[in-house]
Design a protein around this ligand. Structure first.
Ligand SMILES: [Zn+2]
Length: 459
């Protein structure tokens, strides 16, 4: 059975063929951590988590990276307004974000790189872009020259005029063309900054995803995920940067193979926005509803469709879940482990619907059908049915029993690798070996390559 994924670049539903079937690699644009997450953020995390779960039914090893933006003008502004340091502010909301996602049964990404820990990699990439004549330096700014990349606009399918409508038009003293965007900008004494070849400054937002996906996954990788609102300009810019750093005008496929975009969440049919005061925070919802109920709402529509959040949707999901749990009491006492019961025709029908571009409405319909079948007394003890319902609940992440496990965060891995590299430089090989073993005990294998040390998960 093949997994089909709609690729937003080619606008086609395509059979998923990984670059390396022994390690499927995904990247998703994560949150900017200065405030509570809203349901739009949660939808991205939940559907991406579901995608990873579905991929894992077919491929043994899946590596999922999702970044944390911990330096940004909005963060600087919030830190000034709240009078707390940027570090304290971002650490607080990073932890809150992960805790909330765990409440929604989201398995945390394997790696959550923080932008501030990858500044060096961003500088290296920007230098490469300048060398390849795809970026220019002007008054301590480094700008990406959009005209240098002939594939620009392919993902969002926007014409140059439409791109201009979406961009800030003004051509500053450092900006040659309206469509060019910032890779690096100067910081004044009151702003956070890092030493760079272009003076003390900080990165633009887009470059972090290009630098971190390259460092944590390698390019090309398989699937790039994110909310549809990021298609332009963020993802368009990521493609331009990542590909131009390889070679001027490199094809978008040199960066990643599939673009997976989830749709908007609206509230009563309106776009959620601060000015309308209709933003729904996960934090508030979790006070009234459990995570499984919120998660079920978030997967009730197919991920590419807009999801209209209403007052009733949560109550409906609560009723649905109660019905499922009521009719599957003994199911939760049954524990089935992987491998999945692929000989089970009930479960296969369910799985097939998810393999079809995560068709969750169909999958939920099949689950409901299975529950009805089980309610029929003659099927009440059918082990295949019990097994199929149990596995379906676990795969959708709405089982009360199968909770996600907190993982070690990538930063500790990165720190250990840095420590090991330092030990090697000092020719302290005993210590270097000791750290390698320590990582191995955490099921992390490291490899020293020309590009530096890379790591991967072991099973
Ligand atoms: Zn991104």
């Amino acid at each position: 059975m093949n997994i089909l994924i709609f690729d937003s670049l080619s606008k086609k539903k395509k059979k998923f063929i990984p670059i390396n079937k022994n390690n499927v690699r995904l990247y998703a644009c994560g949150p900017t951590v200065y405030d509570y997450a809203h349901i739009g953020n949660a939808r991205m995390a939940v559907v991406t988590d579901l995608l990873v779960r579905v991929l894992k039914t077919k491929f043994k090893n899946v590596t999922f990276v999702s970044n944390i933006t911990d330096i940004d003008d909005k963060i600087i502004q919030a830190s000034n307004e709240l009078k707390i340091s940027i570090k304290d502010l971002t650490s607080k909301f990073f932890k809150i974000y992960n805790d909330e996602m765990l409440s929604l049964n989201v398995n945390l990404p394997d790696i959550q790189p923080k932008a501030t820990e990858y500044i060096k990699d961003m500088i290296i990439m920007i230098e490469k872009l300048i060398k390849n004549k795809c970026a220019y330096v002007e008054k301590n700014h480094v700008m990406f020259d959009v005209e240098s990349y002939k594939h620009y606009g392919k993902l969002s399918r926007r014409s140059i005029q439409e791109q201009l409508d979406g961009a800030r038009i003004e051509i500053g003293e450092y900006k040659r063309n309206a469509r060019d965007f910032v890779l690096w900008k100067p910081s004044d004494d009151n702003q956070p900054g890092w030493i760079s070849p272009w003076g003390r400054g900080r990165p633009g937002w887009h470059i972090e995803c290009s630098a971190m996906s390259k460092k944590c996954l390698g390019t090309p990788f398989d699937i790039h995920c994110g909310g549809v609102d990021l298609t332009f300009p963020h993802h368009e810019n990521e493609i331009a940067q990542s590909c131009s750093a390889i070679q001027p005008n490199a094809e978008p496929g040199k960066f990643c193979r599939y673009w997976f975009h989830n749709g908007f969440v609206t509230y009563n049919g309106e776009k959620m926005s601060k000015s309308l005061g209709n933003i729904k925070l996960v934090n508030d919802l979790l006070k009234k509803y459990d995570g499984e109920t919120i998660r079920l709402c978030l997967i009730s529509a197919q991920y590419r469709q807009p999801l209209n959040w209403t007052k009733d949707i949560l109550e409906q999901s609560k009723t649905t879940l109660n019905r499922i749990y009521k009719n599957s009491k003994e199911i939760h006492n049954e524990r089935y482990e992987f491998p999945l019961p692929l000989e089970n025709e009930f479960f296969l029908e369910f799985l097939e619907s998810l393999y079809d571009d995560l068709n969750t409405p169909k999958a939920l319909g099949i689950l409901s059908k299975l529950i009805n079948l089980k309610k029929n007394k003659s099927n009440g003890n059918d082990i295949k049915l019990i097994q199929a319902i149990n596995e379906s609940l676990k795969l959708l992440g709405i089982s009360k029993k199968a909770k996600p496990i907190k993982k070690i965060y990538s930063e500790s891995i990165e720190m250990l690798i840095e420590e090991r590299n330092k030990a090697r430089k000092e020719k302290n090989f005993d210590k270097a070996d000791e750290i390698r073993e320590k990582l191995k005990s955490q099921k992390i294998e490291i490899e020293d390559t020309q590009e530096g040390t890379v790591w991967k998960k072991l099973d």
